[in-house]
Design a protein around this ligand. Structure first.
Ligand SMILES: [Fe+2]
Length: 167
């Protein structure tokens, strides 16, 4: 079960989309958990972008930037979906940290180690997308399922590329 988000995401609209309240509440909790992990991942990737050193600097500096920009777009779309379905997205870093499963990564500068953390983070996020897409499917929330599926396709492609880099 997803953790309660201390009331910050309490329903502001009641079943206005005609979807089942209980399932949507639970989905909202899951999406806020995903939003929290996305924020930790975003900041980790920014750190890799700034701190990476070595002969792959130019490649990785750019690739990390491409990744965090995409993550930033996903974050905004996800948060606005939470609002659309009638709930409130978390928006304080203290809440993100207490809800996230992903760990903060600090002071890593070796390119392969940075990429390894990116691979782990992407894998974890992809797993969450799949799990929550099953929940939105169950709630007949086809738009959230579609959004999560679209995000997963993009993240999987990036995961493939970063995996090839570290071979
Ligand atoms: Fe930059």
């Amino acid at each position: 079960m997803p953790t309660k988000t201390n009331g910050a995401s309490k329903a502001s609209l009641s079943n206005h989309l005609g979807l089942e309240n209980e399932k949507m509440w639970s989905l909202n909790e899951s999406l806020n958990k995903l939003l929290s992990d996305y924020h930790v991942f975003y900041q980790n990737v920014r750190g890799f972008h700034w701190n990476v050193m070595g002969s792959d600097f130019f490649d990785l500096h750019i690739k990390f930037e491409e990744l965090y920009k995409q993550v930033n777009k996903n974050i905004d779309e996800l948060a606005e979906r939470i609002v659309t379905i009638g709930y409130r997205p978390l928006h304080a870093f203290s809440d993100f940290l207490s809800n996230a499963s992903l760990q903060e990564i600090k002071n890593v500068k070796d390119g392969k180690q940075c990429v390894s953390h990116v691979i782990n983070g992407l894998g974890m996020l992809i797993g969450e997308h799949r799990k929550y897409a099953a929940d939105s499917d169950e709630a007949e929330d086809i738009v959230t399922t579609d959004m999560l599926t679209k995000f997963t396709g993009d993240l999987e492609k990036r995961l493939w590329m970063f995996t090839m880099f570290n071979k």
